[in-house]
Design a protein around this ligand. Sequence first.
Ligand code: ING
Length: 308
Amino acid sequence: MARVVVVGAAQLGPIAREETRAEVVSRMIALMEKAASRHCDVVAFPELALTTFFPRWFMEDQADVDAFFEKSMPNDDVAPLFARARELKIGFSLGYGELTEIDGVTHRYNTTIIVDKAGNIVHRYRKIHLPGHPEHEPWRPFQHLEKRYFEPGPEPFSAASVFGGIFGQAICNDRRWPETYRELALRGVEMVLIGYNTPVHYPLAPEHDHLQCFHNHLSLQAGAYQNGMWVVGIAKAGKEEGCDLIGQSCIIAPTGEIVAMAGTLGDELITYDCDLDRCLEIRKNIFNFKLHRRPELYTALTSANLDG
Ligand code: ING
Protein backbone atom coordinates (compact mmCIF):
# COMPACT_ATOMS: atom_id res chain seq x y z
CA MET A 1 0.00 0.00 0.00
CA ALA A 2 1.54 3.33 -1.00
CA ARG A 3 0.41 6.79 -0.09
CA VAL A 4 2.40 8.92 -2.51
CA VAL A 5 2.72 12.70 -2.31
CA VAL A 6 4.68 14.25 -5.17
CA VAL A 7 6.85 16.86 -3.49
CA GLY A 8 8.79 19.75 -4.99
CA ALA A 9 11.51 21.70 -3.19
CA ALA A 10 11.89 25.08 -4.88
CA GLN A 11 15.34 26.38 -4.04
CA LEU A 12 15.79 30.11 -4.62
CA GLY A 13 19.05 31.70 -5.67
CA PRO A 14 20.12 35.09 -4.29
CA ILE A 15 17.51 37.81 -3.80
CA ALA A 16 18.96 41.32 -4.08
CA ARG A 17 18.09 43.89 -1.44
CA GLU A 18 16.39 46.08 -4.07
CA GLU A 19 14.58 43.18 -5.76
CA THR A 20 10.84 43.82 -5.57
CA ARG A 21 8.43 41.25 -4.18
CA ALA A 22 6.79 41.19 -7.61
CA GLU A 23 10.10 40.10 -9.16
CA VAL A 24 10.60 37.42 -6.53
CA VAL A 25 7.00 36.19 -6.85
CA SER A 26 7.43 35.80 -10.61
CA ARG A 27 10.55 33.68 -9.99
CA MET A 28 8.52 31.58 -7.55
CA ILE A 29 5.65 31.18 -10.02
CA ALA A 30 8.09 29.90 -12.64
CA LEU A 31 9.26 27.22 -10.19
CA MET A 32 5.65 26.46 -9.19
CA GLU A 33 4.66 25.97 -12.85
CA LYS A 34 7.59 23.60 -13.33
CA ALA A 35 6.46 21.74 -10.19
CA ALA A 36 2.93 21.46 -11.59
CA SER A 37 4.31 20.13 -14.89
CA ARG A 38 5.97 17.40 -12.82
CA HIS A 39 2.62 16.67 -11.14
CA CYS A 40 3.69 17.96 -7.70
CA ASP A 41 1.01 18.00 -4.99
CA VAL A 42 3.01 20.56 -3.00
CA VAL A 43 5.99 22.83 -3.66
CA ALA A 44 8.04 24.11 -0.72
CA PHE A 45 9.81 27.49 -0.74
CA PRO A 46 12.67 28.63 1.54
CA GLU A 47 12.72 30.62 4.78
CA LEU A 48 12.09 34.38 4.28
CA ALA A 49 11.50 33.62 0.59
CA LEU A 50 10.12 37.03 -0.44
CA THR A 51 13.15 39.18 0.35
CA THR A 52 16.88 39.16 0.76
CA PHE A 53 18.05 37.76 4.13
CA PHE A 54 17.84 41.16 5.84
CA PRO A 55 19.07 40.08 9.33
CA ARG A 56 22.59 40.32 7.82
CA TRP A 57 22.40 44.10 8.30
CA PHE A 58 22.11 46.31 11.38
CA MET A 59 19.28 48.80 10.74
CA GLU A 60 18.59 51.54 13.32
CA ASP A 61 15.31 52.69 11.82
CA GLN A 62 12.43 50.25 12.53
CA ALA A 63 10.73 51.43 9.34
CA ASP A 64 13.70 50.11 7.36
CA VAL A 65 13.39 46.74 9.13
CA ASP A 66 9.61 46.60 8.73
CA ALA A 67 9.95 47.07 4.94
CA PHE A 68 11.07 43.43 4.89
CA PHE A 69 7.93 42.19 6.69
CA GLU A 70 4.47 41.20 5.39
CA LYS A 71 1.74 43.16 7.19
CA SER A 72 -0.88 40.60 6.21
CA MET A 73 -0.97 37.15 4.61
CA PRO A 74 -2.08 36.80 1.90
CA ASN A 75 -1.55 40.32 0.53
CA ASP A 76 -1.36 42.10 -2.83
CA ASP A 77 2.27 41.13 -3.39
CA VAL A 78 1.71 37.38 -2.95
CA ALA A 79 -1.78 37.32 -4.48
CA PRO A 80 -0.42 36.23 -7.90
CA LEU A 81 1.32 33.27 -6.24
CA PHE A 82 -1.86 32.20 -4.41
CA ALA A 83 -3.92 32.66 -7.58
CA ARG A 84 -1.55 30.66 -9.78
CA ALA A 85 -1.40 27.88 -7.18
CA ARG A 86 -5.20 27.66 -7.14
CA GLU A 87 -5.28 27.49 -10.95
CA LEU A 88 -2.63 24.76 -10.95
CA LYS A 89 -4.31 22.98 -7.98
CA ILE A 90 -0.96 22.77 -6.20
CA GLY A 91 -0.25 23.37 -2.53
CA PHE A 92 2.80 25.23 -1.27
CA SER A 93 4.75 26.30 1.79
CA LEU A 94 6.11 29.84 2.09
CA GLY A 95 8.52 31.42 4.55
CA TYR A 96 8.22 35.16 5.27
CA GLY A 97 8.67 37.88 7.87
CA GLU A 98 5.35 38.19 9.70
CA LEU A 99 4.37 41.56 11.23
CA THR A 100 1.12 41.08 13.08
CA GLU A 101 -0.97 42.69 15.82
CA ILE A 102 -2.29 40.47 18.60
CA ASP A 103 -4.53 42.09 21.25
CA GLY A 104 -3.28 45.52 20.20
CA VAL A 105 0.40 44.53 20.50
CA THR A 106 2.67 44.38 17.43
CA HIS A 107 4.70 41.19 17.01
CA ARG A 108 7.34 40.22 14.46
CA TYR A 109 8.02 36.53 13.72
CA ASN A 110 10.07 34.45 11.29
CA THR A 111 7.08 32.53 9.93
CA THR A 112 6.17 29.85 7.43
CA ILE A 113 2.76 28.68 6.20
CA ILE A 114 1.33 25.72 4.35
CA VAL A 115 -1.37 26.52 1.76
CA ASP A 116 -3.57 23.66 0.49
CA LYS A 117 -4.61 23.06 -3.12
CA ALA A 118 -7.72 25.18 -2.66
CA GLY A 119 -5.61 28.15 -1.54
CA ASN A 120 -6.42 27.95 2.17
CA ILE A 121 -3.71 28.58 4.77
CA VAL A 122 -3.93 25.32 6.74
CA HIS A 123 -0.82 25.65 8.92
CA ARG A 124 1.37 28.39 10.36
CA TYR A 125 4.60 28.01 12.28
CA ARG A 126 6.69 30.73 13.93
CA LYS A 127 10.41 29.96 14.30
CA ILE A 128 11.26 28.69 17.79
CA HIS A 129 15.09 28.60 17.64
CA LEU A 130 16.38 32.05 16.67
CA PRO A 131 20.17 32.04 16.07
CA GLY A 132 22.47 35.04 16.02
CA HIS A 133 22.66 38.03 18.36
CA PRO A 134 20.41 40.97 19.46
CA GLU A 135 22.91 43.85 19.27
CA HIS A 136 25.04 45.28 16.47
CA GLU A 137 28.41 43.53 16.45
CA PRO A 138 30.54 45.54 13.97
CA TRP A 139 33.43 43.07 14.22
CA ARG A 140 31.45 40.63 12.09
CA PRO A 141 31.78 40.72 8.27
CA PHE A 142 27.96 40.53 8.32
CA GLN A 143 25.40 40.53 11.11
CA HIS A 144 22.96 37.77 12.07
CA LEU A 145 20.30 39.83 13.88
CA GLU A 146 17.39 37.38 14.01
CA LYS A 147 17.30 37.79 17.80
CA ARG A 148 16.85 41.53 17.25
CA TYR A 149 14.30 41.58 14.44
CA PHE A 150 12.10 38.61 15.43
CA GLU A 151 10.44 37.36 18.58
CA PRO A 152 10.88 33.64 19.17
CA GLY A 153 7.80 31.64 18.21
CA PRO A 154 5.51 31.23 21.26
CA GLU A 155 3.81 27.99 20.16
CA PRO A 156 5.09 24.39 20.16
CA PHE A 157 5.77 22.50 16.95
CA SER A 158 2.51 21.26 15.41
CA ALA A 159 0.99 19.02 12.75
CA ALA A 160 -1.44 19.59 9.89
CA SER A 161 -3.50 17.00 7.99
CA VAL A 162 -3.11 18.00 4.33
CA PHE A 163 -2.19 16.48 0.94
CA GLY A 164 -3.33 13.06 2.26
CA GLY A 165 -0.77 12.96 5.08
CA ILE A 166 0.37 14.63 8.28
CA PHE A 167 2.73 17.55 7.61
CA GLY A 168 4.83 19.79 9.83
CA GLN A 169 7.10 22.76 9.45
CA ALA A 170 10.33 24.03 10.96
CA ILE A 171 12.69 26.85 9.97
CA CYS A 172 16.44 26.85 9.42
CA ASN A 173 18.19 26.78 12.81
CA ASP A 174 15.36 24.53 14.14
CA ARG A 175 16.78 21.74 11.92
CA ARG A 176 19.97 21.58 14.03
CA TRP A 177 18.06 20.74 17.22
CA PRO A 178 17.05 17.06 17.62
CA GLU A 179 14.05 18.08 19.73
CA THR A 180 12.48 19.61 16.60
CA TYR A 181 12.08 16.29 14.81
CA ARG A 182 11.06 14.27 17.89
CA GLU A 183 8.39 16.81 18.85
CA LEU A 184 6.97 16.61 15.32
CA ALA A 185 7.22 12.80 15.13
CA LEU A 186 5.45 12.41 18.48
CA ARG A 187 2.65 14.49 16.96
CA GLY A 188 2.39 12.02 14.08
CA VAL A 189 4.11 14.16 11.44
CA GLU A 190 5.16 12.13 8.38
CA MET A 191 6.88 14.93 6.45
CA VAL A 192 8.49 18.15 7.66
CA LEU A 193 9.25 21.09 5.36
CA ILE A 194 12.26 23.18 6.44
CA GLY A 195 13.41 26.30 4.62
CA TYR A 196 16.85 27.77 5.38
CA ASN A 197 19.22 30.67 4.74
CA THR A 198 22.64 29.46 5.88
CA PRO A 199 25.82 31.48 5.36
CA VAL A 200 28.97 29.49 4.63
CA HIS A 201 30.93 31.73 6.99
CA TYR A 202 30.12 31.38 10.70
CA PRO A 203 32.05 34.23 12.36
CA LEU A 204 32.19 32.62 15.83
CA ALA A 205 33.81 29.43 14.46
CA PRO A 206 35.34 30.09 11.03
CA GLU A 207 37.19 26.79 11.30
CA HIS A 208 33.78 25.17 10.73
CA ASP A 209 33.01 27.08 7.52
CA HIS A 210 34.01 24.11 5.34
CA LEU A 211 31.57 21.91 7.31
CA GLN A 212 28.37 23.91 6.69
CA CYS A 213 27.01 21.64 3.95
CA PHE A 214 28.00 18.54 5.95
CA HIS A 215 26.26 19.87 9.08
CA ASN A 216 23.20 20.76 7.03
CA HIS A 217 22.68 17.24 5.67
CA LEU A 218 23.89 15.58 8.91
CA SER A 219 21.14 17.38 10.83
CA LEU A 220 18.41 16.77 8.25
CA GLN A 221 19.31 13.12 7.66
CA ALA A 222 19.62 12.29 11.36
CA GLY A 223 16.26 13.93 12.02
CA ALA A 224 14.67 11.90 9.25
CA TYR A 225 16.13 8.52 10.25
CA GLN A 226 15.77 8.85 14.02
CA ASN A 227 12.10 9.74 13.65
CA GLY A 228 11.07 7.80 10.56
CA MET A 229 10.06 11.01 8.82
CA TRP A 230 10.39 12.54 5.36
CA VAL A 231 12.46 15.72 5.60
CA VAL A 232 12.58 18.41 2.90
CA GLY A 233 15.29 21.09 3.16
CA ILE A 234 14.84 24.12 0.91
CA ALA A 235 17.66 26.66 0.59
CA LYS A 236 17.85 30.27 -0.28
CA ALA A 237 21.27 29.83 -1.89
CA GLY A 238 24.16 31.58 -3.62
CA LYS A 239 26.08 34.81 -3.18
CA GLU A 240 23.37 37.12 -1.84
CA GLU A 241 24.46 40.75 -1.29
CA GLY A 242 28.06 39.58 -0.94
CA CYS A 243 27.23 36.77 1.52
CA ASP A 244 27.67 33.15 0.38
CA LEU A 245 24.70 30.96 1.34
CA ILE A 246 24.80 27.17 1.07
CA GLY A 247 22.48 25.34 -1.32
CA GLN A 248 22.11 21.55 -1.56
CA SER A 249 18.35 21.62 -1.04
CA CYS A 250 17.25 18.03 -0.63
CA ILE A 251 14.45 15.53 -0.10
CA ILE A 252 15.30 12.87 2.50
CA ALA A 253 13.47 9.56 3.01
CA PRO A 254 12.59 8.18 6.47
CA THR A 255 15.64 5.90 6.11
CA GLY A 256 17.85 9.00 6.11
CA GLU A 257 18.73 8.62 2.43
CA ILE A 258 18.94 11.76 0.28
CA VAL A 259 16.67 10.86 -2.66
CA ALA A 260 16.88 14.23 -4.46
CA MET A 261 19.31 17.15 -4.21
CA ALA A 262 19.84 20.51 -5.92
CA GLY A 263 23.02 20.79 -8.02
CA THR A 264 23.22 24.56 -8.38
CA LEU A 265 23.12 27.67 -6.18
CA GLY A 266 20.30 29.27 -8.18
CA ASP A 267 16.56 28.89 -8.64
CA GLU A 268 16.16 25.14 -8.96
CA LEU A 269 13.33 22.65 -8.50
CA ILE A 270 13.90 19.15 -7.20
CA THR A 271 11.06 16.64 -6.96
CA TYR A 272 10.39 13.15 -5.63
CA ASP A 273 7.43 10.76 -5.32
CA CYS A 274 7.31 10.41 -1.53
CA ASP A 275 5.45 7.34 -0.23
CA LEU A 276 4.38 8.48 3.24
CA ASP A 277 3.79 4.86 4.26
CA ARG A 278 7.55 4.35 4.15
CA CYS A 279 7.64 6.04 7.56
CA LEU A 280 6.35 2.72 8.92
CA GLU A 281 9.54 0.90 7.86
CA ILE A 282 11.20 2.84 10.68
CA ARG A 283 8.35 3.63 13.07
CA LYS A 284 7.13 0.04 13.31
CA ASN A 285 10.64 -1.32 13.84
CA ILE A 286 13.88 0.31 14.91
CA PHE A 287 12.17 3.48 16.20
CA ASN A 288 8.93 2.00 17.41
CA PHE A 289 8.37 4.63 20.12
CA LYS A 290 5.70 2.62 21.96
CA LEU A 291 7.87 -0.50 22.21
CA HIS A 292 11.33 0.92 22.78
CA ARG A 293 11.21 4.55 23.95
CA ARG A 294 11.70 5.30 27.69
CA PRO A 295 10.41 8.87 28.23
CA GLU A 296 10.11 8.32 31.98
CA LEU A 297 13.92 8.23 32.07
CA TYR A 298 14.55 11.21 29.79
CA THR A 299 14.05 13.53 32.72
CA ALA A 300 16.67 16.11 31.65
CA LEU A 301 15.14 16.65 28.21
CA THR A 302 12.52 19.22 29.13
CA SER A 303 13.70 20.41 32.51
CA ALA A 304 14.54 24.07 31.82
CA ASN A 305 16.77 24.51 34.88
CA LEU A 306 19.63 22.27 33.72
CA ASP A 307 22.28 24.40 32.00
CA GLY A 308 22.26 21.79 29.23
N1 ING B 1 20.67 30.50 9.68
C1 ING B 1 21.71 29.69 10.15
C2 ING B 1 21.32 28.25 10.43
O1 ING B 1 21.05 27.82 11.54
C3 ING B 1 23.73 29.47 11.35
C4 ING B 1 22.47 30.28 11.28
C5 ING B 1 24.61 29.46 10.26
C6 ING B 1 23.95 28.68 12.44
C7 ING B 1 25.76 28.66 10.32
C8 ING B 1 25.10 27.88 12.51
C9 ING B 1 26.01 27.87 11.44
O2 ING B 1 21.39 27.50 9.47
C10 ING B 1 19.39 30.65 10.13
N2 ING B 1 18.63 31.51 9.43
O3 ING B 1 18.98 30.07 11.13
